[in-house]
Every structure is written in C-alpha cells, then in structure tokens.
Design a binder for this molecule. Structure first.
Ligand SMILES: [Ca+2]
Ligand SMILES: [Ca+2]
Length: 247
C-alpha cells in the first residue's frame, strides 16, 4: 500500500511538472510582477490596484506544442476592466504586436466581440514553437470594483474558463491625472485636509479616498500606500522572463 501511495504521489508530481501553459501579470511601466495571493488556487486573485493602472497579461508555456486559448471579459465585469491587444490590424482581425516570438512565426491573436463578452483568441503556430512567452494582452482597470478575466485553454474546454484572473480596483491616488502619485496629489490632499463635506462623484477631487465624507488620517494612509506608483504609464516592452512560473 505504501508503495502504491508513493507511486501515485510520484505520478502526480510528474503530471504537475509536465507541460503547462499559464499566465503571469506585470505592471506595464516597470515590468514588475503583480504577485497573486495564491497561484495554486483554481482562480487567481491579485492585490488591489488603482483605477487607471495598466497591466500586461502574459501567456507563457514550458512546452513546445500547438496550443490555442482565449482571454475574455464577460457581462458585468466589462464595467470594470478592459483588455486590449497590440498592433491590431482590423482588416484581417489580427494583432501582430501581441504575438511573441516563442509562439512561432504564424501565431495569431484574433480580437472578437459578442453581446456581453469581448475577448482575444490566441493561436500558436503549428511548427517552430518554443517554450517561453507566447502572447501579451494589455489590461486597464477602469472602475472601482472587481473584474474577472477568463483564461480559456481550448484543449481543456472552449466553453468554460480554465481559471479566472480576478483584479481588485481601488480609487486612484493620482488626483491630478498626471499618471504618477506624487507631490501634486499630495498638495490636493493637503488642500482638503480636515474637510468634512466631501461627496460623490468628486469626493474632494478624489482626496476622500475611503469615501467617508472627510479627508483625514485614514485617507493619508491609503494615499501613502501608493506613493510614486503610476497609473497609465508610457508604453514599454512586455516583461520577458522577469517572473516566469507565477500564474
Ligand atoms: Ca499625480
Ligand atoms: Ca475619508
């Protein structure tokens, strides 16, 4: 019996270590990974990000095999986040810039949209595929709340996501809209310090971060948590190999 358990355990380890197509997420401005709370759970939840934050979702693989899948946002989730591809050729519905070299020369990223769902289908080449980063799709947080991005592996099911990537969006601290949380935003917070009459939708230019109608130490704490972070930063290349292995 003990040998059987050992064999089954070994088999499981080998299965997990076998070929795998996964996702990882990075901030667009710095290639810094956004590390999930627990990458081993079926659905991957990420720490809070500010509204306006731009991320990259990279689909990578440790095997060289043909693969197809999708990234989608559906239903009410579309009110909170938006996916986009790079260098979209609308005439042929293909996004060259979202295809990375390891996916093969003829790999494709195809945008599509139906009622209540928008997404991108991802196809590797049938040849010349190598392990590594295959595709990159951009994501931006557009509203306060949760957004579930569906990741489909068509070899598992073309109809049900293999997992959801869940992003949690909190109010921006970039009150002056210059894409970085810095002294200009600090000045706005100071301007409203101890103001007791903040109301939506303005919330004292956003300085009442916790939306409790005043600007006090609670807001200051929430503000400093994001000091010098960026929202919609300049475009940079995808985060090649910076954090392989995290789903
Ligand atoms: Ca700012
Ligand atoms: Ca407040």
């Amino acid at each position: 019996m003990k040998k059987l358990i050992m064999f089954v355990s070994l088999f499981c380890i080998v299965s997990v270590a076998a070929g795998k197509v996964s996702t990882r997420v990075c901030f667009t401005d710095s290639n810094t990974p956004l590390v999930p709370f627990d990458s081993n759970l079926p659905n991957v939840e990420y720490p809070d990000i500010m509204v306006g934050t731009k991320l990259m979702i990279i689909v990578d693989s440790n095997v060289a095999k043909y693969w197809s899948g999708s990234l989608t946002i559906e239903g009410a989730n579309m009110d909170y986040g938006v996916l986009s591809c790079r260098d979209c050729n609308e005439a042929i519905l293909d996004c060259d810039g979202s295809v990375l070299p390891a996916a093969g020369e003829r790999a494709q990223v195809e945008p599509w949209e139906n009622t209540g769902v928008r997404g991108y289908d991802l196809y590797t080449d049938s040849r010349n595929i190598t392990p590594g980063d295959w595709f990159v799709i951009d994501y931006v947080a557009t509203n306060i709340g949760l957004c579930n991005v569906g990741f489909y592996d068509h070899s598992v099911s073309p109809f049900e996501p293999s997992r959801y990537l869940t992003f949690s969006h909190v109010p921006t601290r970039d009150f002056d809209g210059d894409t970085v949380v810095s002294f200009g935003d600090w000045a706005i917070l100071a301007q409203y310090w101890c103001t007791p009459f903040c109301n939506g939708p303005d919330w004292c230019e956003g300085a009442d971060i916790d939306r409790d109608h005043d600007v006090d130490f609670g807001d200051l704490t929430l503000f400093t948590d994001y000091w010098l972070e960026r929202t919609q930063p300049p475009y940079v290349d995808y985060c090649a190999g910076s954090f392989a292995g995290v789903e």
